[in-house]
Design a protein. Sequence first.
Length: 427
Amino acid sequence: MQIHVVQKGQSLYGISQAYGINYQEIAQANELPDPSRIVVGQALVIPITGSYHWVQPGQSLYVIAGMYGLTVNELATINRLSISQNLRIGQRLYIPQKPKTTAEALLYVEPRNPVTQTMIDEVRQRVDSLTYLAMFSYEAQRDGSLKAPPLDDIPAIASAAGAANALVVSNLENFAFNADLAHVLFTDAAAQNRLFGNLIQVANEVGYKDIHFDFELLYPEDRELYNSFLRQARDRFHQAGFTISTALAPMTSDVRTGIYGAHDYHAHGEIVDFVSLMTYEWGYTYSDPQAVSPIGPVRNVIEYAVSQIPNGKIFLGQNLYGYDWTSPYPSQGGSPAKALSPQQALAIAIAQEVDIQYDYVAQAPHFTYTEGGVHHEVWFEDARSIQAKFDLIKEFNLRGIMYWKLGLAFPQNWLLLKDNFNIRKVD
C-alpha cells in the first residue's frame, strides 16, 4: 500500500488514475463519505500491492534503489529498464512490497451498559486484526471482590475470530484511579488473596487468557509493594494457566517520585509476560494544542523501556483519537479539549474547507478553523503518523502495538497494520 497526500488541484479521480485503480477503491478503503470532497494535505491510503515512485530532478536508478533498500539491478529488472537508461522527471517506477514482520496487536474495548449494537459490530469488524481484545475494566474492590463491566457476547466474538481475550483489572473507584484502593490491596493479605482468586475464577468462566493490571496514579512509596503484589499474582496466574501483563506510564528514566513513581520498568520486565506502554496524552484534554503522541517523546520512552525490559515483551501504546481545542486554551482558563476520532477530524476539515498541515518533527497532522467566531485547533492521527509508529516497532523489534480504544473510527490504521505486519495469534 502507499500513502498519498492530496495536493492542490487534485481530485480523487485524478489520484486514482495516477495509481491505475478505480477511484471507488480508494474511497472505500479510506471510508470517504463523499468521494468528491477531499482537502489539501489529507493523507489517503492507496490500496495497491507495493508502491510507486515518481522520479524527481537529479534522481537516478542508483539513488532511487538506495532509498528503498533495493539493488539497482533489482529496481531495473522490476521496471524492465536498462541500468544505464536515463530516467525522465515524473517517470513512474514500481517499488515491490517489503516482506512483512510478525507482531501482535492489542485493542482495549470499554463497553458501557447497555452494550450497543454499534460496538458489537465494530468488535466483529476488528477482531481479525488482533492478537488480544482487552476488556476494560474489572474494578478491584477494597475487599478483593470485582465489579465487572458489561460483556454481552464480546468475548465469544473475539474467541471465534482467534483473538485472545484479556481481562483488564484496574484501581478505578468512582470513575477515577485511586491510590488508596491500590494500597489496601497491596497490604491486606486477605483482600489480595481474595482478589487473585476472583480473577482466576472469572478468567476461567469467561475464557480470558491474560490478566492485565492497569493500576495508575499510585503512591510512589508503594513501588515495592506493587512489585511484590505482581510477583504474587504472577505465581498464582501462571499456576492456573494464565499470562499476566501490565500497563506502564510513559517514562524516560527511573523516576521514583510523582504520579509515575510506583511503575518500576525493570521489575515489570522481570515479573510479567508483557507490558503496554501508555505512549500518548502529551496533548490531552487539559493541555494546550499539540500532538497527542509526538514521535520524539514516544521514541524517548521506547529507548528507556528497551534498556529495562526485553523488547519482546513491549507493546507500543497508540491513541486512536485526537483533540479539538478552542481558544482560549486550558492554560488560559478556557474549556477542555474535545476528543474526536481521525474520521471526525477529517470531516471537520472537509466541512470547513481548510488545508491539513503536517508537523514533521512531531509526525502528526493538524489544522485550524474558525466557527461562530471561535478559533479551533485540531491535532489528530492519520496514515503518516501511524506509519511512523509502525516503523518504530520494527526498528526496536517490539512485541507489537496496543490501541486505546475501540469505537474511534480510523480505517487507515487497520489497512496499514495488515500491510506492515503478520498479526500473531495466541493459542
